[in-house]
Design a protein around this ligand. Structure first.
Ligand code: COA
Length: 415
């Protein structure tokens, strides 16, 4: 089967998580991704959080599947000559260096354009233009400056970062879409362009419902679906709302059988308005069906604590899976809190390629996430990440370097 991005070559200057997420996705879609790494060192994540001595970490392998690796000293003259050839040959250069690093290397947008006017240059930075544009940024910094930490957590508690890597992986996804759109536009303009995705922008974009609420709060001074309503205090900024969600569809996390010892014996329960009748029947509160206090979403809002307590009395009698089965039979939305351990073992995720087992020459087999995007005419086969410089000779040969020229480059440590 052909792949959506067959024939596209990506010059991959990314490292750590955000950029590699983007280029891994492009590789899964069929692009030939050439990862450029510092000779002798490589992407710093190769050695971070190692679980096996001298073996590429899971951190690295899980972000760099389906890529080829070339080592190159891009600050040496001969390394730069190799890089020029790569720029002329590739369709896209992707980077997530600290601000200005590509320019300091001597590869400004103007120089790249002169070498290859069709090249798309795609970058991830922590911030867009503005007061913080020169700052380095990592995941949790992005979550804090993008509005996520301020709005995650419980009232009276600290701001919280989330485990989902919305700053790194989230921004990588944005960049991948920008690249694919630029490739599409190039088919009519014939030109490359710059594509930029800032981590702060990406996190804020994902927090749009909180920006919505900020404006509602500014207008009304309160928000009825928040746990602070009616008795609590609303300040001037959107407060942290714990696990609450929605006005018409309030929800929260409730305990299930075994919660005393199992940290994941919980279920997210949504009191969706459309199935309110079914909820009352299932949890044994038929009397609420005719009680005007519980008749509409608006009359139920101030009684959510009472409602969720009753739901929890019911869910505590069964496992999260039993509760889900019973609730789903009535179309009542809910979700068991699934641990990583449970997700790893879930057969349906293996069957769809969302979780895949990969073999690695020095690590052996391990589990990783596969492509979350499923396409009927462009399937994804996840292949292992490259060893450092594994494809240096192969790529140099494709660029026209003879074996003796390759030996000379190696001798002067340019590759
Ligand atoms: N050959 C020679 N030098 C190389 C090279 C190569 N193949 N690859 C990288 N370098 C150099 C760079 O040119 C840079 O040199 P300079 O500082 O003299 O300009 C140096 O290595 C370090 O690169 P940098 O990206 O600044 O790494 P860092 O470890 O200092 O910073 C980050 C790491 C992630 C904080 C930073 O890259 C960053 O802010 N990136 C943008 C935001 C981002 O993606 N953050 C999330 C990461 S998950």
């Amino acid at each position: 089967m052909s792949k959506a991005l067959d024939g596209i070559q990506i010059l991959d200057f990314t490292h750590v998580q955000s950029g590699p997420t983007c280029t891994q996705l492009l590789a899964w879609l069929g692009a030939d991704v050439i990862k450029v790494e510092k000779a002798g060192a490589g992407d710093i994540t190769r050695e971070q959080l190692r679980d096996i001595p001298d073996v590429d970490s899971l951190y690295f392998t899980m972000l760099n599947h389906n890529k080829r690796s070339i080592t190159l000293d891009t600050k040496s003259a001969s390394g730069q000559a190799v890089l020029e050839k790569l720029i002329k040959r590739c369709d896209v250069l992707v980077e997530n260096f600290a601000p200005g690093a590509l320019d300091r290397m001597g590869f400004t947008w103007e120089r790249i354009q002169a070498l290859n006017p069709t090249m798309i240059v795609a970058s991830i930075k922590g911030f867009g233009p503005g007061p913080y544009e020169d700052c380095k940024v990592y995941e949790n910094v992005a979550q804090c400056v993008g509005g996520s930490a301020s709005t995650t957590g419980f009232e009276g508690g600290l701001p919280l970062v989330t485990a989902a890597q919305i700053g790194d992986s989230g921004t990588g996804l944005n960049l991948a879409l920008g690249i694919v759109a630029a490739l599409y536009q190039r088919t009519t303009t014939g030109r490359g362009q710059k594509v930029m995705a800032a981590m702060q922008d990406g996190v804020l974009n994902l927090c749009r419902t909180k920006l919505r609420d900020q404006q509602r709060l500014a207008r009304d001074g309160f928000m009825k679906e928040y746990p602070q309503y009616p008795a609590g205090h609303f300040g001037s900024a959107v407060p942290r709302a714990g696990n609450a969600s929605g006005g018409g569809q309030p929800g929260t996390i409730v305990k299930c059988k075994g919660w005393e010892t199992d940290p994941n014996a919980y279920l997210y329960f949504v009191a969706q308005a459309q199935v309110w009748g079914a909820i009352c029947q299932v949890i044994g509160k038929a009397e609420w069906l005719t009680d005007p206090n519980f008749a509409t979403p608006a009359t139920r809002l101030p009684r959510l604590t009472e409602i969720f307590s009753a739901v929890e009395e019911w869910t505590k009698r069964m496992t999260k899976f039993e509760a889900m089965r019973l609730l789903s039979a009535h179309d009542i939305p809910c979700g068991p809190i699934l641990s990583m351990e449970e997700l790893m073992a879930e057969p349906s995720l293996r069957a769809t390629g969302t979780v895949v087992e990969v073999d690695h020459p020095t690590r052996g087999t391990y589990l990783t996430v596969g492509n979350p995007i499923k396409m009927s005419d462009s399937s994804t086969e996840v292949t292992r990440s490259p060893l450092l410089g594994e494809h240096t000779a192969e790529i140099l040969a494709e660029l026209g370097f003879t074996p003796s020229e390759v030996a000379a480059l190696r001798a002067e440590k340019a590759v």
